[in-house]
Design a protein around this ligand. Structure first.
Ligand code: ADP
Length: 621
């Protein structure tokens, strides 16, 4: 595949995996929990508009119990409340109290009488603890009720907060609508509830409550006061008891009656605006009613839209890092992440509950993976291209530096032959010189190219058996004229007779280079000693001089391309600083290493350590 296509495929795959992962994260328990918590947070951040409350509450609070006789007298208290209410003639009275058992006969009698006088009464039914049956109000109460509604909320599966209330609850064939829905139906003039799979219709109100979802609706709790209670007006029975005239506020309203006393209300639940204080059931019902009557519903975003929006964010992230670099890319990615963060809020303001995890995980994961891909893969490719460029530059350097000398010699000699009539002997000498210089040039080019190809991985090392002793002798012979010019003695130490395997030509280049360096960087009339010995599975080959030497720092740098020590430059010897880097590469490719010992003014010793398995050597002998 074309490298660019391959890179594109790699990029798309990486971002695609990140995107898929993000969607999956949205479906995990943690993702759901985050979504649930985010919903509560958004709910508090964007409270619903408050029209005037259509409902009110008559509460049985601590004070009521204290004044009117405690939980045992609850039916009498309820009866009293209904009596006050009857005088005000509210539209509907919904009672959030289960009246399953027979109570004190006198109290029950009084309650029944009060109910008889109540216009539109809704009573509560509750599921038995096991959820097997309905606990209906006693028939004597039931018969005065215009409707019975269930009083169950649906705490969120993941964070236990009551965000939704199921409008329908069924056990077998027996089902009840929610207390609040019954209250609404009656308040609108005993309207029927028209069902379709996706919504319910009551009067002119369409409630988007799906059958498959237990007809659940999000409750838009009216903004909370400091104590966490919502802003639905309320009067306690104790207050009514003290001032019965307060009942006049309930005219034409839908009234919810229930217990709010902390000590008695067992149905207190956390809501998004609870602020740590659970809300009594009666208040949840009243808020549900307000939500239904207000007709502005929150609906859940469809899976398709979640997928599309998250996909859009992921595409954005991948486009950013496909076309931009560095700060512009990171800035745009920051903007994208901010958009992802804002997305659920924007939807929420449009009354759509959009999950939080999926878009944000999609944005983050794709940004991180796209940026990571850009950083690791694309940068690496750039680095490779850079290395390629440096190699090319070095090649140019090499040609201009190393080759200039032999070329000048060839040029000069041929010029001589062209211009002057030379005798046969002279011509022969010059031709000899041209020949040897051009061969040197060819060898140099060959060596350089070979090393380049080796390090680019384009060439295999040649593996031929050869005798290092012979190789050393050849190099010494070649270097002899150079040494002679400076009256340097080339001393051959003991050389083992082993045969080793490797690229003979490259190895010769390496040894010759060490030898000429030793001669170049030594004063006249000194000694250069070449010796070799075997240690275990390695052959050591050392070139030791009594030359200018190097300090530690210089020894560390000496294998870098084009590095020359200050004293070497000062010595006036021609050089490029590339030879040793080639030597090191050659030795490394052979699986060996090069060691240097040196001290300034005293001399240096370069040792090649080459693998030389005993068995191979023995076999060759
Ligand atoms: P060149 O000899 O062309 O400068 P090399 O790569 O062979 O390049 O050597 C790099 C540098 O290492 C030399 O310039 C010199 O400073 C130092 N060097 C190499 N061999 C010796 C030596 N035997 N003694 C002192 N310095 C040396």
């Amino acid at each position: 595949m074309h490298p660019q296509k391959k890179r594109l495929a790699g990029y798309v795959t990486t971002v695609g995996i990140a995107f898929t992962l993000a969607l999956l994260v949205g479906y995990t328990a943690i993702g759901r929990q985050v979504d649930a918590d985010a919903y509560d947070w958004m709910f508090r951040l964007h409270p619903p508009h408050t029209d005037k409350a259509r409902s009110a509450m008559v509460t049985i609070d601590e004070q009521t119990f204290a004044k009117l006789g405690g939980i045992r007298r609850i039916r009498a208290i309820l009866a009293e409340a209904l009596e006050y209410l009857a005088s005000a003639s509210p539209k509907v009275v919904a009672v959030d109290l289960t009246l399953v058992d027979t109570g004190d006969p006198q109290d029950d009698q009084r309650l029944e009488e009060a109910m008889r006088r109540t216009r539109c009464l809704v009573l509560a039914a509750e599921m038995s603890p096991g959820g097997k049956d309905w606990q209906d109000p006693l028939p004597r109460f039931r018969k005065w009720a215009a409707a019975v509604g269930h009083v169950h909320a649906a705490p969120d599966e993941y964070n236990g907060i009551v965000q939704q209330v199921p409008l329908e609850k069924a056990i077998g064939q027996r089902r009840y609508w929610a207390l609040a829905l019954e209250a609404l139906r009656l308040s609108l003039g005993e309207q029927p509830i028209v069902e379709s799979p996706d919504d319910l219709q009551v009067g002119g109100i369409t409630i988007p409550a799906k059958r498959g979802d237990a007809r659940s609706v999000y409750v838009r709790y009216l903004p909370a006061g400091l104590d966490g209670a919502t802003s639905i007006p309320r009067v306690s029975v104790a207050q009514l008891h003290a001032e019965p005239a307060l009942a006049k506020h309930f005219r034409e309203k839908v009234i919810f009656v229930g217990v709010t006393a902390q000590s008695a209300a067992r149905d207190r639940l956390m809501t998004p605006c609870s602020a740590g204080q659970p809300l009594p059931g009666v208040e949840i019902h009243a808020n549900t009613f307000e939500t239904l009557a207000g007709g502005r519903f929150l609906t859940r975003a469809s899976n398709t839209s979640v997928f599309l929006v998250s996909g859009l964010l992921a595409t954005g992230a991948s486009l950013i890092f496909a076309f931009l670099w560095g700060w512009p890319a990171y800035t745009m990615a920051g903007v994208l992440l901010a958009v992802a963060q804002a997305t659920p809020h924007i939807f929420f303001l449009q009354d759509i509950v959009f999950p939080y995890t999926a878009p944000i995980a999609a944005a983050w994961l794709t940004v991180v993976s796209a940026a990571g891909y850009q950083h690791l893969v694309v940068r690496r490719q750039l680095r490779l291209a850079e290395a390629e460029k440096t190699r090319y530059q070095q090649a140019v350097h090499f040609v201009t530096h190393e080759m200039r000398t032999p070329l000048t010699a060839i040029q000069g000699s041929s010029e001589l032959m062209r211009r002057y009539p030379l005798n046969e002997e002279k011509r022969r000498q010059i031709a000899e010189l041209i020949h040897s210089e051009s061969r040197r040039l060819a060898r140099m080019v060959e060596t350089f190219l070979n090393v380049e190809r080796l390090s680019a991985g384009q060439m295999e090392l040649r593996r031929e058996p050869y005798h290092p002793a012979e190789l050393v002798k050849i190099c010494v012979e070649r270097a002899q004229p150079l040494a002679a010019r400076k009256a340097i003695r080339l001393v051959l130490g003991p050389l083992p007779d082993d045969q080793i395997v490797g690229d003979r030509e490259l190895m010769e280049y390496a040894v010759y280079n060490l030898l000429t360096n030793a001669i170049k960087y030594s004063p006249a009339e000194t000694e250069v000693r070449i010796s070799a010995w075997r240690r275990g599975e390695y052959l050591h080959l050392a070139v030791k001089d009594q030359g200018i030497g190097m300090d530690e720092e210089e020894v560390r740098n000496v294998f870098q391309k084009f590095y020359r020590t200050r004293s070497a430059v000062a010595s006036g010897e021609a050089g490029t600083g590339i030879g040793l880097s080639i030597v090191e590469q050659i030795v490394t490719h052979h699986g060996g290493r090069i060691e240097v010992e040196s001290s300034p003014g005293k001399g240096s010793c370069f040792t090649l350590v080459l693998p030389a398995p005993v068995s191979a050597g023995a076999r060759e002998k």
